[in-house]
Design a protein around this ligand. Structure first.
Ligand code: 1CP
Length: 407
């Protein structure tokens, strides 16, 4: 067992003991904007090795210098970069033949809990494309599975929950995440931080709303009707559910960072289904709490959703350093909406990668033009890589972004 695992295990026991002795009312009370995960949790999660001023272990890549000058970290902090950093949501996955090969016959969720596979799959797109960050190979439902929710990732469908969550009693089925629950996952993060050298590892979690949509609907949904029904009809149950999900998401982010991730992304993929007023009332306090769980660690925090053009400023307010923009809003317009206190990530349409080489190149050029003059830009797609994408096209986009922006 490597040091970080031993530490994570001891932290897990301490957190469990502390949680038993000191219950909080965070489950039933919506957290105020700006609130963080309760301090008892923070207190027991401090790393064993000498903490840096930022609260990270001394051998963390951001502290020992391996990733502190990486273009992704600099751009997220709105500092000058030698080149615009580029990575792709869903860069690890079905677009790669080497991914399909190692995953053959192994169910998705099982692969997420196998340390060797997580390491290999996370590294594959870094080796192949030369991207500026690795996104941890996992899924937003992994921490839910880890706390005992009966769910599966069904091929061609997505996450499916055996018994949907719709009542106050259902909320009680969700317990806090402890590091021991995700030990093989955290071991992969530690191993990856070692393998990746100067390339940052991005840890991630599903945001409370998006996780709730799977739990309440029981699976993927187009209209989120049951989710909205619970939110509008039973706000107390809703806030209790999101309070618990924010603790699970925040804890999962925190553990990935302590294990070696140099940035985090909170995926609120489906929150674009809400108008701003509902976002602020029903979602913002909980996403703020999830991002707040890593605030003291000083890692860049990226906050992304699909169809969230109307919510960009709200998502910034949850505590993001970087706001992810989908392809519907040009970056210059997104910058106007969020102001200059945050960096932007995005926003090439993933479907554009199926166009002719000339058209792909023109679309990439347009994103870079839109981003010219922004204080911080991380090139990405406006949503995940589509499974049938030609991987060579992705590699060429990386080359174009780098050659066009080298300073
Ligand atoms: O068999 C397979 O290959 C399953 C496909 C797959 C993969 C490769 C799923 C099922 N999840 C993943 C990995 C994954 N999921 C990653 C790591 C890979 C990478 O990004 O390189 C990440 C970041 C996610 C996050 C995720 N899962 C999100 C948020 C990002 C997004 O795309 O908006 C969401 C919404 C999920 C749920 C999910 N898991 C899988 C699918 C097909 C879905 C979406 C289902 C739906 O439409 O609701």
């Amino acid at each position: 067992m490597v040091a970080a695992d031993a530490h994570a295990a001891s932290v897990g026991r301490a957190a469990a003991a502390a949680a038993q002795g000191a219950p909080t009312d965070a489950d039933s009370t919506p957290l105020a904007a700006g609130a963080t995960i309760p301090s008892v949790t923070d207190a027991v999660l401090q790393p064993a090795s000498a903490p840096s001023p930022a609260g990270l272990p001394a051998d963390h890549p951001l502290v020992d210098g391996r990733t502190s000058s990486a273009p992704l970290v600099l751009a997220a902090r709105r500092q000058p970069v030698p080149v615009t950093p580029v990575w792709f949501m869903r860069q690890a996955g079905r677009s790669l033949p080497e991914y399909r090969e190692v995953r053959a016959g192994i169910p998705m969720l099982e692969s997420c809990f196998r340390t060797d596979l997580v390491v290999e799959i996370t590294l594959q797109p870094v080796r192949r494309h030369g991207v500026d960050a690795a996104i941890f190979f996992s899924d937003i439902v992994v921490p839910l599975k880890a706390v005992g929710v009966d769910l599966d990732i069904v091929p061609g469908v997505g996450p499916v929950v055996a018994e949907p969550f719709r009542t106050a009693a259902d909320v009680d089925r969700l317990r806090d995440l402890e590091p021991d629950d995700v030990a093989p996952v955290l071991a992969a993060a530690t191993a990856l931080a070692g393998e990746l050298g100067g390339t940052p590892l991005i840890g991630f979690a599903g945001a409370p709303f998006t996780l709730a949509s799977y739990l309440v609907e029981g699976g993927p949904s187009r209209d989120h009707a049951r989710t909205k029904a619970l939110m509008y009809s039973e706000p107390e149950v809703w806030h209790a559910l999101l309070g618990r999900l924010s603790r699970i998401a925040g804890q999962f982010l925190r553990q990935q960072v302590l294990a070696g991730a140099s940035a985090v992304q909170l995926f609120d993929s489906w929150v674009g289904a809400l108008p701003s007023r509902d976002y602020r009332e029903y979602v913002l306090p909980h996403s703020t709490a999830a991002l707040g769980a890593v605030a003291d660690l000083g890692v860049p925090r990226i906050h992304f959703g699909v169809g969230t053009g109307e919510l960009l400023a709200d998502m910034r307010d949850a505590g993001a350093d970087v706001v992810g923009v989908d392809f519907r809003v040009p970056l210059a317009e997104a910058a106007r909406r969020v102001g200059d206190g945050v960096a932007l990530q995005g926003n090439l349409d993933p479907a554009a990668l199926f166009s002719s080489p000339e058209a792909v190149s023109a679309r990439v050029g347009r994103v870079l033009e839109d981003a010219a003059g922004l204080p911080g830009h991380i090139f990405n797609l406006g949503h995940g890589v589509l499974p049938d994408t030609d991987p060579d096209v992705i590699t060429r986009v990386v080359e174009q972004v780098h050659s066009a922006t080298r300073r």
